[in-house]
Design a protein around this ligand. Structure first.
Ligand code: SF4
Length: 383
């Protein structure tokens, strides 16, 4: 069974005002590098029962800011993860999310030596005003320097961007993308700024004090980014992701195809299929680092679990797969869940197909990219 591993690192140098990830601002010297690695290894041991029968296809260190983690400790976790699996794919992808404030050439080299082969750098913007709006600690020159350092040491580098900020027009965003492409990155993620409750931005929005982009600016920027990146040889292979052919994030493709994944670390989510019921079980570990450190390696680390029915898995396959250029394979969904995806959805499919939004092409159901801006409504209709 092909399986991915996600390792969560919960600390950042500062909490960004828009961020609702499980991350905690902390001083660099206060990160418990070795103790956290020990805790993750205890959790790995606790969850290792079926790993000998599985094939590891990707490992993703996300956060938080995992580039803050001492590469030696991150490497210790990576090596234990690969050893725990019966088989490791020869094309194993190992990605680390990085912030420009914790990535220089020496750190990139140390991560490569630890077994990492892909870096995803949180650039977010190359406009100083917007970087300040987002509360980021880096400026544009540092972001570009981090990308060049990453490219000098690792074969595969992604730049993460945000758009949909007040006053941001499509040509502004395109010129930022053009500058980042000069560094030679092979992958760009472009996420729309979303306002989440429980964040500083959420509070400002509630009080009517957070300016945001208009819907028209958002749509124009989304489309202009696609045209710009396509003209540089990148395929828009998922709503928020663009890559040179062959450089797509294998870890994310595995999620979107409904693959099994093991989550390790504070607040990490995992989901493994149950071959007996064709459902799946999903869990999340304790989110707060102090609780995680205390409870890891025991059942008490599990803060939450849920059982997914085969039909729940079909809805997830639609929700995730229709965001991708490759679409949803009906035969794969049937094999994973025992459910015929089209059954019970005939009317919605006919409606959306007649409008030219959805295409059923042999075994594959997909939303054509020109309709991705209306994706939420289409997926809701097919639910
Ligand atoms: S650096 Fe990333 S994970 Fe950390 S607070 Fe900012 S957005 Fe959240």
């Amino acid at each position: 069974m092909l399986t991915s591993v996600y390792v969560h690192f919960p600390w950042c140098l500062k909490k960004c005002p828009y961020c609702d990830f499980n991350s905690y601002g902390t001083a660099r010297q206060d990160v418990p590098h070795a103790a956290y690695a020990d805790a993750v290894l205890r959790e790995l041991e606790f969850r290792s029962e079926t790993l000998a029968e599985r094939t590891l296809v990707s490992v993703f260190f996300g956060g938080g800011t995992p580039s803050l983690w001492d590469p030696e400790q991150l490497g210790r976790v990576l090596s234990a993860v690969t050893s725990a699996f019966g088989t490791v794919s020869p094309s194993l992808e190992v990605t680390v999310e990085c912030n420009p404030t914790s990535l220089d050439r020496a750190r990139a080299a140390a991560l490569r030596e630890a077994g990492v082969n892909r870096l995803s750098v949180g650039v977010q913007s190359l406009d100083e005003t917007r970087l300040r709006f987002l509360g980021r600690l880096h400026d544009a020159p540092l972001a570009l320097e981090a990308l060049r350092a990453a490219r000098a040491e690792l074969p595969r580098v992604s730049a993460d961007f945000m758009f949909g900020m007040p006053g941001q027009k499509a040509p502004d965003f395109v010129s930022e993308l053009e500058r980042v492409l000069e560094t030679g990155v092979d992958h760009v993620s472009a996420y729309a700024l979303t306002v989440e409750s429980g964040t500083q931005f959420g509070e400002l929005h509630r009080k009517g004090r957070l300016p945001l982009a208009t819907d028209d600016d958002y749509a124009e920027t989304f489309l202009a980014a696609r045209r710009c990146l396509a003209s540089h040889g990148m395929r828009h292979y998922e709503v928020s992701n663009h890559a040179r052919p062959g450089e797509e994030a294998r870890h994310n493709l595995h999620y979107w195809r409904g693959g099994d994944y093991l989550g390790l670390g504070a607040g990490a989510v995992g989901c493994l299929a149950d071959p007996a019921t064709l459902g799946a079980s999903r869990w999340r570990s304790e989110s707060h680092p102090a609780h995680y450190l205390e409870r890891s390696g025991t059942k008490a680390v599990q803060a939450w679990t849920e059982a997914l029915s085969p039909e729940d898995r079909v809805r997830e396959a639609l929700m995730l797969g229709l965001r991708t250029l490759e679409g949803v394979s009906l035969s794969r969904v049937a094999q994973q869940t025992g459910v015929t995806l089209t059954r019970g959805r005939e009317q919605a499919l006919a409606r959306r197909t007649a409008r030219g939004e959805v295409l059923l092409d042999g075994d594959v159901l997909r939303v054509l990219p020109e309709h991705w801006l209306a994706l939420d409504a289409i997926v809701t209709d097919l639910f």
